[in-house]
Design a protein around this ligand. Structure first.
Ligand code: ADP
Length: 301
């Protein structure tokens, strides 16, 4: 097969590992920067061009769309879909999971555990918003934040009110969340491919930080997850419509609580922490799906 890895960063570990996994399984891999693609959208022969030439017909793409370019990146994935190319994560599901409010609403509709979360747009009734999520201590998050930046723990009502007021005053979109103290500054990253958790790591934040993000100095180690955690991770990925995703889970007294479903999960951290290869199962999954699609088309024809 010819597989496109849609990434702006060919030198990144994750991109390199995906290319390596494609090649080691006998496929040709092309790294395509989605941001440099330009598209001809018409009803007769839609196409995608890059650097003056048409992108060759691919069998599949692995989208690794950075959060800063979700809008254009998803349009490029959609164009590949229009050309009949299989996308390991489809454009609609990527967009869905990037909208933090929508993603949490979808998880809640499916009855998947999550921390009690409140959203507000205007600073009209901050005390009630704080009560809604059970009062302090609570976590306030900037919706535009990633990698733990813009995630604040407010231990008192006064602190919570000031932070919420400040964020809303700056017209930032925020969510206010129950603080899961018993998670002890750690979370579980489950790497899901298809309907399986192929690897899981526990991430622990540096001393004194409740955030476990590796980018903030946290460290990861292999962890055995419970059947309930496994089920929750797979259900969360399904709720988004994704096939390849990282699910962040907090271990709480009332069971696993999903924080986020990431459609372009980092490969380096989890492979290094667990010693498990996660790129190869992605390519295996694509092989299975493309073969199934071909078989279906034959039946229809
Ligand atoms: P980001 O998407 O920016 O990484 P997260 O929502 O994942 O933001 O939060 C970053 C980290 O902060 C999480 O990995 C987790 O360790 C911690 N955290 C986030 N929300 C809560 C919460 N409600 N209770 C306890 N810890 C939390």
């Amino acid at each position: 097969m010819k597989i496109g890895v849609l990434s702006q960063f060919p030198e990144l570990y994750s991109t390199r590992r995906l290319v390596e996994a494609c090649e080691s399984r006998g496929h040709e891999a092309l790294v395509i920067n989605p941001i440099n693609c330009y598209m001809n959208i018409n009803s007769v022969k839609p196409s995608i061009h890059l650097a003056g030439a048409e992108v060759p017909q691919l069998d599949a793409v692995i989208p690794r769309i950075h959060t800063s370019v979700t809008f254009y990146g998803c349009a490029v994935v959609r164009q590949f879909e229009m050309l009949g190319v299989f996308a390991a994560n489809d454009s609609i599901s990527i967009a869905r999971s990037r909208d933090k409010l929508r993603a949490l609403q979808l998880l809640s509709r499916k009855g998947i555990g999550m921390p009690i979360t409140g959203f507000a747009n205007k600073p009209h009734d901050i005390p009630d918003l704080i009560n809604m999520v059970g009062g302090p201590p609570l976590v306030i998050k900037l919706l535009e934040g990633t990698q733990g930046i813009g995630v604040v723990l407010a231990e008192t009502r006064k602190a919570a009110e000031s932070v919420i007021e400040a964020f809303l005053g700056l017209k930032a979109n925020i969510m206010v969340q129950e603080f899961i103290k018993e998670a002890n500054g750690s979370d579980i990253r489950c790497f899901v491919v298809g309907d399986k958790v192929v690897a899981a790591m526990k991430r622990q934040g540096p001393d004194g930080d409740f955030r476990s993000n590796l980018h903030l100095g946290g460290h990861g180690e292999k962890v055995r997850i419970t059947p309930q955690e496994r089920k929750t991770a797979v259900a969360a990925v399904k709720a988004m419509g994704l096939s390849v995703a990282g699910v962040d889970i907090l271990r709480s007294n009332r069971g696993p609580l999903v924080l986020e479903v990431n459609s372009a999960p980092g490969i380096e951290g989890i492979e290094q922490a667990t010693g498990i290869q996660v790129a190869e199962p992605i390519v295996e999954y694509i092989e299975k799906m493309v073969a199934a699609r071909k078989a279906n088309h034959q039946v229809i024809a």
